[in-house]
Design a binder for this molecule. Structure first.
Ligand code: ZN
Length: 347
């Protein structure tokens, strides 16, 4: 079976791509047959730009990091998983001995090896060898498609955790893309009474409004701060989650924030942004940044299983693996109304 290989910028192919070194099974590893892989904005960015910041694609690389599958082989010392288990995988493997990992901050370990981040291969391929510790068993009622949403959902859950959501908080999520929507769902699951979601795409906002106690704001027509202050008796929101990556959104980020509110930056900002220290100061705002996630995959699986979070409405399109080049072409055109597109591998 073939792999989806990014040969270079704007050039993808489905071809045999043996990577023997990565396929050696260690005693604490499992071998997983891939089932469903989500297309992430970062995969699309590598395809269209050939890199991001310090991560440049210098040699052919397999894409994909949002994945679920079935365990087909276990290492000699694996105890928590067995052949046939349905699983999802955390795509970043830190150095277990690094200082950051020993402190529990493994997501910011500078040595972390993350799928489909050059030069590490992703998982749009038949099988992958992965550490038992970063592989999580699914309950029977969580589908492979939902399980492949755990990776993006983990970002939202990590952000809600960083924000220290309290029951009854009101939040604003800037950006109604996949990360914005999983963040809104995570904020509600964490106890927010209500979440505003802002974007310029009406179809995404319509979808957002159906997900729960969510009020959409179209920034093409409405002023976010004005709408929020009007809806909160002039107080503002306790938390702003920035998921748009838009410098303009970031510029006004403190305007809708209440005194002592929290701001969490999640969206990738490609360039320096204006940050109004004066407005942050008079509110004693607490500002947090997240980089991926840590320690949240089991929580995400548990919430999908219990129904505390439903990610199914976010999966708007599924492609067969043989159509995956076309899937990326479509994803690169940023089609309106699409939230998460996934690729189903042949079983
Ligand atoms: Zn992703």
């Amino acid at each position: 079976m073939k792999s989806l290989v990014l040969e270079e910028k704007m050039k993808l192919s489905l071809r045999d791509f043996p990577i023997e070194r990565e396929e050696v099974l260690g005693v604490r590893d499992v071998r997983i047959k891939l089932h469903t892989v989500g297309i992430c904005g970062s995969d699309v960015h590598y395809y269209t730009h050939g890199g991001a910041g310090i991560f440049q694609v210098k040699a052919p690389m397999i894409l994909g990091h949002e994945a679920s599958g079935i365990v087909v082989e276990t290492g000699a010392e694996v105890t928590s998983l067995k052949v046939g288990d349905r699983v999802c995988m955390e795509p970043g493997i830190p150095d277990p001995n690094s200082r950051a990992t020993r402190m529990g901050l493994y997501n910011v370990d500078p040595a972390v090896r993350f799928w489909a981040t050059p030069p590490i291969h992703g998982v749009l391929r038949p099988t992958v060898v992965h550490p038992e510790n970063f592989t999580f068993k699914l309950s029977d009622n969580v589908s492979f498609a939902e399980a492949a949403m755990v990776e993006p959902l983990a970002v939202g859950v990590h952000a809600a955790t960083k924000a220290q959501v309290k029951p009854g908080d009101v939040a604003l999520v800037m950006g109604a893309g996949p990360i914005g929507l999983v963040t809104a769902l995570s904020a509600l699951a964490a106890g927010c009474a209500r979440v505003f979601v802002s974007d310029i795409d009406d179809t995404k906002l319509e979808l957002a409004a159906k997900l729960g106690a969510i009020t959409p704001i179209n920034v093409a027509r409405q002023d976010v701060a004005k709408e929020i202050l009007a809806a909160t008796d002039g107080w503002g929101v306790e938390i702003v989650f920035e998921c748009s990556g838009s410098p303009r959104a970031a510029e006004g980020i403190f305007d809708p924030l209440c005194p002592a509110g929290r701001v969490v930056f999640i969206g990738v900002q490609m360039h320096d942004i204006n940050y109004d220290v004066g407005k942050a100061m008079v509110r004693e705002a607490r500002v947090e940044h997240v980089f991926r996630y840590a320690h949240v995959f089991p929580r995400c699986v548990a919430m999908l299983s219990s129904g505390a979070i439903d990610v199914k409405p976010l999966i708007t399109r599924t492609f067969e693996f043989e159509d995956s080049v076309r899937a990326f072409e479509i994803a690169a055109s940023a089609p309106k109304g699409e939230v998460k597109m996934q690729i189903a591998l042949p079983q």
